[in-house]
Design a protein around this ligand. Structure first.
Ligand code: ASP
Length: 315
C-alpha cells in the first residue's frame, strides 16, 4: 500500500471574509507555503516536518493572522496559539496565549519533541522556550499597521466582538497545514493570533488537539479555522479524522465537518484535511477560505490554490 501513496500538502490561510483586494496575496502566500512543505517531502522529510515548514512560511507572511501580522487582544497585545501533531504516534505539542513569538509553531514543535507536556501557555511557555534556546522578539516585529487598524475598528464598536457587529470585519488569517509523507504518515499544524478584540488570556481552538488540530495515521490529519469557541464545541478536527477513519474520503469528511459546525452550533469556519492515502479535502461554510494544495508526483510539484472550495472539487 505504501507505493500507492502520493505525498501531499494542503494549507489554509484562514476562513472568514477575505476582501477581494486580498485574494491574490492570500492565494500566493498559501502557494508558497504548500511548496515549502512539498520541498521538505521531496527531500525525504516527514509529514511532521512538512506541515511545520508550511506553517512557518505563513507565520512569516504579514498577510496572515499568525506570527507576523497576528491580530490583537482588546488590551492591544498579540497573544498567539499554535499546535503541531504527528499522526504516527499521536504526539502533540502546543503553545497558547504566547506573546512575542515570531514563529510559535517552532516552539509548539519543541514541546512535542520534549514530550513531557502537551500544551504550555503564556509565561510558562516562555520559560520552556528559553530553555530550548528561543528568545522573545520585539512586539513591533509582530504587530502590523493592519492589526492596529483592525483593533481600532473593533474598539470603536466597543461592547461587541467584531464578529457580532459585522462578519465582514472578521478578516481571516489563521494558518494551517496537513501533510502525508511517502511512508503514509500524516501530520497537522495550525497557528493563529486568534480573534481581534479577544480578552487577554483567551485561548481558541487552534492549540487544542481535536479542536483546531488533529492527526492520526489511522484516519488522516486536519486543521480548522473560524470561530474558535464553536470549533471547540464540536471538536471539529477529531470529528473529521474519525470520519476519514470510518472510510469516508477526505473531501466528504471535510464537508461533513463544516456542515456540522454550522448545523450544530451555528459556527462559521472551515477545515483542510488529508486522509491516510494522500487524498485532500477542503471545506468551509464561511464566505471564503484561502488555500493551496499540492502533490509530489515522481518529484514533480503540482500546486493549485483558491479562496473558495467547492463541494464537487476534486484535488
Ligand atoms: N480559529 C481561530 C481562533 O478562534 C480564529 C480563526 O481561525 O480565524 O482563535
Amino acid at each position: 500500500m505504501g507505493d500507492s501513496i502520493t505525498p501531499a500538502v494542503v494549507v489554509h490561510g484562514g476562513a472568514g471574509f477575505i476582501h477581494p483586494d486580498r485574494y491574490e496575496s492570500a492565494r500566493q502566500g498559501c502557494e508558497r507555503a504548500a511548496r515549502a512543505g512539498l520541498t521538505v517531502l521531496a527531500g525525504g522529510g516527514s509529514a511532521l516536518d512538512a506541515a511545520q515548514a508550511a506553517v512557518r512560511v505563513l507565520e512569516d507572511d504579514p498577510a496572515f493572522n499568525a506570527g507576523v501580522g497576528a491580530v490583537l487582544t482588546r488590551a492591544g497585545a498579540a497573544e498567539m496559539d499554535a499546535a503541531v501533531m504527528d499522526g504516527r504516534d499521536l504526539r502533540v505539542g502546543a503553545v497558547a496565549a504566547m506573546a512575542n513569538a515570531r514563529q510559535p509553531i517552532d516552539i509548539a514543535r519543541a514541546v512535542l519533541d520534549d514530550g513531557e507536556h502537551i500544551l504550555l501557555c503564556a509565561e510558562g511557555a516562555w520559560a520552556f522556550a528559553r530553555e530550548r534556546g528561543f528568545t522573545p522578539c520585539d512586539p513591533a516585529e509582530i504587530i502590523t499597521e493592519r492589526s492596529r487598524e483592525r483593533l481600532e475598528e473593533a474598539r470603536r464598536r466597543a461592547g461587541h466582538t467584531v464578529r457580532e457587529v459585522d462578519p465582514e470585519l472578521h478578516d481571516p488569517g489563521t494558518v494551517g497545514a496537513c501533510a502525508v509523507d511517502a511512508a503514509g504518515h500524516v501530520a497537522a499544524a495550525t497557528s493563529t493570533g486568534g480573534m481581534t478584540f479577544k480578552r487577554t488570556g483567551r485561548i481558541g481552538d487552534t492549540p487544542l488537539p481535536g479542536a483546531g488540530t488533529y492527526a492520526d495515521d489511522r484516519g488522516g490529519a486536519a486543521s480548522a479555522t473560524g470561530e474558535g469557541e464553536a470549533i471547540i464545541r464540536v471538536t471539529m478536527t477529531r470529528t473529521c479524522v474519525e470520519l476519514m477513519r470510518s472510510g469516508l474520503p477526505a473531501r466528504t469528511a471535510a464537508w461533513a465537518s463544516a456542515d456540522e459546525l454550522a448545523d450544530r452550533v451555528g459556527g462559521s469556519g472551515g477545515i483542510i484535511c488529508v486522509d491516510a492515502r494522500g487524498r485532500i479535502g477542503l471545506a468551509h461554510n464561511s464566505e471564503t477560505m484561502s488555500w493551496a494544495a499540492g502533490t509530489l508526483d515522481r518529484s514533480e510539484l503540482r500546486v493549485t490554490s483558491g479562496v473558495r472550495a467547492e463541494r464537487d472539487q476534486n484535488l
